[in-house]
Design a binder for this molecule. Structure first.
Ligand code: NAD
Ligand code: DAU
Length: 333
């Protein structure tokens, strides 16, 4: 592959993916197509070589724009999405536009242009919650909130596209991802940056029961790259961190790494429809040669240190629109 289009490449995982791919494949050129919503940030890309990385501002819900960007590419990898569950509960219009219509547009453009490879980045949230054991790719989607329902909707359209037209689409479903450049609305960067400032950590429903499986961002990116190169069209591949932790354990870990008191934990009203536990098996991707490399303790230490060292990055974000969102989301909890 010489030229790939990455959509949503100015966000958290997308920007890490672009950086990893340029470092891994010296001949590769990337067109980074991103709408620059509140979560898209050119600061995430400012160290990249402009000779191999071209940024284009655009919306995947705009069919003509994505068709033009994909013309002549060897592959497209889609990260573009509304990605935050709490925002989807406030209102899901943008989630439907991007995660359903946008994905449909990518499928249609790939069909028209005969794009050789399409990789859609999806989420373990499409399975919904599981009390015991782990979901495999054969389990049906049972999404439990507007965000995950919109992701499942995009997936179903894409799989039907493969079935009907043979469009060479592969889907990955990653677990909760952490690392540098994550927008501080998600629990980990929110709690780290709040704790640095001595602000409360709003933990939903005590954090005792809810479990997430933490996947370091570089491990997620290597999994997507492998599925892009070796995954089969029409197939789904889970990417699991293998680090299931209760939210209270994650919260204590952050406070411990920062040397802050547990008095900062503020127990707040639960998220409506809150999925209790996510757990997936990555056996299928492991059979292609993938395994997570990052140990959780080490990944947490690296990540917390990154936010300590890069206040220039998150302090700019935690102003304006973010403060308005934060007030709406947390003021009466
Ligand atoms: P993010 O919110 O940090 O980034 C999303 C990016 O998409 C932003 O740069 C935004 O500007 C762009 N975007 C949004 N709508 C767009 C549109 N209509 N057209 C073009 N660009 C648009 O999200 P993230 O956490 O990096 O997630 C990336 C992908 O990975 C998403 O598809 C998400 O569902 C999936 N995922 C995320 C996680 C996680 O833990 N963060 C885990 C599994 C899967
Ligand atoms: O599982 C993969 C998914 O992980 C991705 O598809 C999503 O894009 C990503 O946002 C993430 O979804 P979650 O809902 O699991 O992530 P979030 O960081 O919002 O919440 C993680 C857990 O922390 C969840 O149990 C809710 C809880 N939480 C979250 C926030 C924002 C709190 O207790 N307090 C908070 O303020």
């Amino acid at each position: 592959m010489k030229r790939i289009v990455v959509t949503g490449g100015a966000g958290f995982i997308g920007s890490n993916f672009v950086r990893c791919m340029l470092a891994t494949y010296p001949e590769l050129h990337i067109v980074n197509f991103d709408k620059l919503t509140y979560a898209g940030n050119l600061d995430n890309l400012n160290d990249l070589d402009p000779a191999r990385h071209m940024f284009v501002q655009g919306d995947i819900a705009d069919k003509a724009a994505i068709l033009k960007a994909m013309n002549g590419c060897d592959a497209i990898v889609n990260f573009a999405a509304g990605s935050h569950v709490d925002r989807s509960i406030m209102g899901a219009d943008d989630f439907i536009d991007t995660n359903v219509t946008g994905v449909y547009n990518i499928c249609e453009a790939a069909r028209e242009l005969r794009t050789p490879r399409v990789l859609l980045v999806s989420t373990d949230e499409v399975y919904g919650s599981i009390d015991e054991g782990s979901f495999t790719e054969d389990d049906p989607p049972r999404p439990g909130n507007p965000y995950s329902a919109s992701k499942a909707g995009g997936e179903l359209i894409a799989l039907a596209h493969f079935n009907t037209f043979g469009t060479p689409i592969t889907i990955t479903r990653g677990s909760n991802t952490y690392g540098p450049y994550q927008y501080p609305e998600k629990v980990l960067p929110l709690f780290v940056t709040n704790a640095i400032d001595g602000q409360p950590l709003p933990l939903y429903s005590g954090g005792e029961n809810n479990v997430r499986d933490w996947l370091y961002v570089e491990d997620h990116c290597r999994g997507i790259d492998l599925a892009l190169r070796k995954g089969q069209a029409g197939q789904i591949y889970n990417i699991a961190g293998g680090n299931e932790r209760r939210n209270i354990v994650l919260t204590r870990k952050i406070l411990d790494l920062l040397g802050k008191s547990e008095d900062l934990i503020k127990l707040v009203k639960d998220r409506p429809g809150h999925d209790r536990r996510y757990s997936i098996s990555a056996t299928k991707l492991k059979a292609l040669g993938w395994a997570p490399r990052m140990d959780w303790d080490q990944g947490m230490a690296l990540t917390v240190q990154w936010y300590r060292d890069n206040e220039w990055w998150w302090r700019k974000i935690k102003t304006g629109e973010f403060l308005e969102y934060y007030r709406r989301q947390y003021h009466d909890r």
